[in-house]
Design a protein around this ligand. Structure first.
Ligand SMILES: [Zn+2]
Length: 339
């Protein structure tokens, strides 16, 4: 950097301090979402967890990126015909018995009634990285049909691609179908979301695994892979749980006292590592979602928040150009959950 550039950077920096003591500090938004969403015991557990957290105030709302096959019983599987597949094929399990499907639908309806969000994770969990717009369009049409068939009338506004595998055709179809956001990509931990071609991009982020030199995406499966190559390691579960808690808290503290970029965490219903990651997420959510400047929101709520900002305010947020907060007053109840 030459001297002139350095000087102008310095002037810009000091001017911005003088010229805009401009906007108030935004709330720290935290978006916690789940993919696939098959296991009934998890639907029940999250429903109960949220009900308890929200007993005397609206503290936490989740986004569920549900795979469409969850709404088709095993014996009905040939109703679905995925792109380039034979009828009845999928990469993950279908919905089980018709009774299982019915229970799952009831949980989804109940959670939607309580302000949580049902979003799309496509139908058959295929890798669509080479799909055309027409193939994506067929997959979305199949998804709509399955929701309609089980009487789920929640409007679906958001999408996360299986394997985070996207193609240009996907974005053409999301736009055509008036989706508000896509959550299929990755970004830096302190980036505010961008709206590209009318669609908010809510990206998972790269984190430093606490106490190690490893990088990990803000998603449970990626911890599972980083920790033990995606094979359960029962001897290290409490260590893995605590490391996830500390990693999420590092992420939270940094954004909370920094530029307040929204937090993005993605989990699955699967019981990786004997449930260690599930426990870590609950402990994290309990610790942060009750703080006065924090709002644990669905992705549509995050889109609502961003949509009502004028561009200058959002630009100030991106720069962190507001009075920053000190460290959050966290009460992390690690031992409160022993199950
Ligand atoms: Zn998935």
């Amino acid at each position: 950097m030459d001297g002139r550039l350095l000087l102008s950077t310095f002037l810009t920096a000091s001017l911005s301090v003088v010229a805009h003591a401009s906007v108030d500090r935004p709330p720290q938004l935290v978006a916690i979402a789940f993919d696939n969403c098959t296991e009934l015991e998890r639907w029940r557990e999250l429903n109960d967890f949220a009900a308890e957290m929200n007993r005397d105030g609206e503290r936490v709302h989740f986004t569920f990126f549900v795979s469409g096959v969850n709404f088709l019983g095993d014996i009905e599987r040939t109703h679905y015909h995925g792109p380039r597949q034979r009828p009845g094929a999928a990469m993950i399990n279908f919905g089980g018995t018709l009774e299982d499907v019915q229970k799952r639908v009831e949980f989804a309806k109940e959670l939607h009634r309580r302000g949580h969000e049902i979003a799309s994770h496509a139908v058959g969990h295929f890798n669509g990285a080479t799909w055309s717009a027409a193939e994506w369009a067929a997959e979305f049409k199949a998804y709509d049909g399955l929701l309609e068939r089980v009487g789920l009338s929640a409007p679906v506004a958001g999408f996360r691609a299986p394997y985070l595998a996207t193609s240009p055709g996907l974005y053409a179809v999301l736009k055509e179908r008036a989706f508000r956001y896509d959550a299929s990509r990755t970004a830096l931990a302190n980036e505010w979301p961008q709206e590209i071609d009318g669609i908010w991009r809510f990206n998972l982020v790269g984190l430093r695994l606490h106490g190690s030199g490893k990088n990990v995406l803000s998603m449970d499966y990626n911890f599972f892979f980083a920790h033990s190559r995606a094979i359960d390691d029962p001897s290290s579960q409490s260590l893995f749980r605590d490391q996830m808690i500390e990693t999420y808290l590092d992420y939270f503290r940094s954004n909370y006292s920094g530029n307040r970029a929204p937090i993005h965490i993605g989990h699955h219903f699967a019981n990786y590592q004997g449930g260690a990651y599930r426990q870590a997420l609950m402990i994290f959510a309990r610790a942060v979602c009750s703080l006065p400047e924090v709002r644990c929101v669905t992705y549509s709520m995050l889109a609502d928040f961003l949509d009502q900002l004028d561009p200058a305010t959002l630009a100030a947020y991106r720069r962190g150009d507001f009075p920053h907060a000190g460290p959050p007053n966290l009460n992390v109840a690690r031992r409160a959950q022993s199950q």
